[in-house]
Design a protein around this ligand. Structure first.
Ligand code: FES
Length: 159
């Protein structure tokens, strides 16, 4: 049996609920964007369009905010975020070689996400664990005193 009514996808419905909650509220854009990004895991274009309509804010303005703040992501993110430190302390202790090996093992470069969405790779400047240099973080875990050969086993722990 076919149905004549067009069903919205559950993500769009969840975005509608967020929009309804903030309708008419001043300064709603950032919290709306944060909550909508939590729904998708990133900020797809169609979601920005829905927010633009719902809050009556031009799409160009929303795009400007999303691209300005590092907390918003235009592309899907991996299940595991790898942060490779390239700060000074890590650099002098071979951070570049660690970064190189991480790129080789994952097959992606800085800022990219693997096709299977297993990893997103980001370089950072100091994650506050200089005493353990060279350091990477995977999600909330800090891995320090690294050598390139330790990288495959560390990354294998993260599905
Ligand atoms: S420079 Fe790498 S943790 Fe500080």
């Amino acid at each position: 049996m076919s149905c004549c009514c067009e069903k919205k996808d559950p993500n769009q419905e969840a975005v509608d609920a967020v929009l309804a909650k903030y309708k008419g509220t001043k300064g709603a854009l950032i919290p709306v964007l944060q909550q909508c990004q939590d729904i998708y895991g990133y900020m797809p274009k169609e979601c920005m369009a829905q927010i633009s309509k719902g809050l009556n804010i031009p799409l160009s303005e929303i795009f400007g905010v999303v691209t300005f703040y590092a907390q918003f992501h235009l592309n899907p993110r991996g299940r595991n975020i790898i942060r490779c430190c390239l700060g000074t302390a890590c650099h002098v202790r071979g951070g570049a070689k660690i970064f190189e090996r991480v790129q080789k093992v994952t097959g992606v470069k800085d800022g990219e996400t693997t096709e299977d969405l297993r990893y997103t790779l980001e370089s950072v400047a100091c994650i506050g664990a200089c005493g353990l240099a060279p350091v990477i973080m995977v999600n909330d875990d800090t891995h320090g005193r690294l050598t390139p050969d330790k990288i495959p086993d560390i990354l294998a722990q993260y599905e």
